[in-house]
Design a protein around this ligand. Sequence first.
Ligand SMILES: [Zn+2]
Ligand SMILES: [Zn+2]
Length: 814
Amino acid sequence: MQEKTAEKYVPHDIEPKWQDKWAQDHLYEVNEDDPRPKWYALTMFPYTSGDLHVGHWYAMAPSDVHARYKRMKGYNVLHPMGFDAFGLPAENAAIKRGIHPYKWTMDNVERMRGQLKRMGSIYDWRREVVTCLPEYYKWTQWFFLKLYEAGLAYRAKAPVNWCPKCQTVLANEQVVGDGLCERCDSPVSRQDLEQWFFRITNYAEELLDFSSIEWPERIKIMQRNWIGRSEGVEISFGLEGGGEFPVFTTRPDTIFGVTFVVLAPEHPLVARLTAPERRVEVERYVEGARRQSEIERTSTEREKTGVFTGAYVINRLNGERAPIWVADYVLLSYGTGAVMAVPAHDQRDFEFARKFDIPIKVVIAPDGWNGGELSQAYVEPGTMVNSGQFNGMPSERGKEAIADFMERKGYGKRKVSYRLRDWLISRQRYWGAPIPIVYCDKCGLVPVTEKYLPVLLPEDAEFKPTGESPLKYCESFVNTTCPKCHAPARRETDTMDTFMCSSWYFLRYTSPGYKKGPANPTRMRYWLPVDQYTGGAEHATMHLLYARFFIKAIRDLGIVEFGEPFTRLFNQGIIISGGQKMSKSRGKVIAPDTYVSELGADTVRVYLMFIGPWEQGGEWDDSGIKGISRWLNRVWSIVLEGYEPKAEDEAKTKELRHITHRSIKRVSQDLEKFHFNTMIAALMEFTNYLGKVREEGMAHPDAFREAIDSLLLLMAPSTPHLAEELWVKAGHPYSIHNQAFPEWDKDLAAEEEITLVIQVNGKLRDKLTVPVTIAEQQARELALGREKIKPYIDKKKISKVIYVPRRLINIVTS
Ligand SMILES: [Zn+2]
Ligand SMILES: [Zn+2]
């Protein structure tokens, strides 16, 4: 063994050195002709908004640790990185600072790539993908054309969320809080515009099936709620004076309680039905509703408003007429945009009826109802009353009976309804993939022929703070010829939502230079689907839902052979600082670069894993990161200072081997489950123990050597630079990252077991077999939970519990 060395741990001396060496040796480059099983580990790619902040590191460093672990476990691991490079911030920078969005974005990409390299990750940079480059967005456009040909992309006039400040349309998912723009916090209004949509609703039912993927329960619940499946009946009311008035309800059992119906203000029937003498008032109301957001309109706290149209429907079940109102609490985007109002059994209808003096008719009686007035809507099941031939029936059965009756009579039909709307993908912006469509006076709407892709963004567009898309006024872009008849034509000036770019980037990583299609089919067959995806939970109903839809759609077009993009998903939490979420606008951003220069990338990696359970996140704390640095220094000296045996004790050697193998087991099991914080704790305990063993010098040198080697191998995924340096310094061949992850020996790792005596008030009542290392708390809980003990402590107050480690627990009652 070596003599003591004065050499100190200086991360700055070893990290760039190893990063360069790994790159030179192509250590992390992966290929498809590999006998090992494949593992595709994907981290959500960053948006190119500027420097990497600690939130990026929190998403990327632990996932790199996991991917490295899989690599050492014998997998052929693809762990790629790229950049989500289109979007509004680049355009805003162009307006504010006069830098072209392309330059601004690519400068950021270069800086971020450098920062990502300093993290010491295993990204195979040959596979980098940047979504704003023509070689990439050509295929984004190609996919648009495929969806268009399949009838999955269409253009329609639709009321859309409009941000007056950003001057653009927002998807429902981008409207946050009380109807505010996700980007600029301005109140969002509604406007009718010709827009492009993808028919995600065609896949609503299939998107509810999570049976082939292992995703966190809460993400599945969020998607399920977002899709919002409900079973009910589409009932057709008769319009007085002729015609039909269809409404969707999940409560056909309350049909006899309808005392009015409501149309959404944007409903096309409003203009047709409104009586001449009511017109002025109705139009004024509709105009007012347009200026409100959906969230404001449907807020339960808000006082109900509405206006009578002067028209009536006929309820075919009882022949009663019910007035038609217009009210903004009904949205055109839900069901049919019309509801049957049953004030006795729906709270919003109840409040509306109270305010406008509309009758409230009870048709579902609560248990013990005395026939009196209700003080609020009764929404639970009950017994049907005032419901003709259905009186006396339990309402749950009534639902079916009335649905059957209506279907027989032709008054209605059972239907499944979804809350999910089609995905609005057009943006009135420059910095996105242009939608490859041309408008010709003769031929109408014509898709651009594939051989003319990509439709390039013009470089000479002018960026002015008018809020309108620079493409609209860029003559060189707008004026073109019709792909069909070659007459002069105009280009579509809308660009695609950036979520379109991120719906397929993980396909491109398999073969980024590929020219014959979006990705090489053979390579896609080898790598996909993604085995492990990691990223933020905030993408639950956007990216994670869009990508699932997109893959199902292109599977049906024969482009891929799988239907779910991401087999496993893990969502990390967020890092806060000073009790606040870090964000540029609030100026609370921790810049990892400073810490990397001072303490090293390995320290930052480990600190982020140690801060708390990865799925929960935690608070950044400068003293915490210094503690990690001290630990790594300790590892450094224990490994390099050598081991001098003083005497040999067989029991000490046995204990050392037991602790070594127990540590291997704990670290492996924690890594498997992303339990990084407890994994680091186990490594720290192991280090402390080795320090003690080294001082005592009683264990056999071979056992100590095994322990040190195991420690380095176990640390290799977390601290790749330090582990490599010490591995080589300890005389092993480069590279530690090509070594197998250590396996634990079952017998050596097994915990020694002992028998604990359980006494109640000093009398022996039971015995317990437990691992020798059991903690006091756990031993107490086990003892108190024993069936044999319960009768002795039943209904008695426990005054104290005496615990003698390795021997007994005495429960004292008073
Ligand atoms: Zn905005
Ligand atoms: Zn034409």
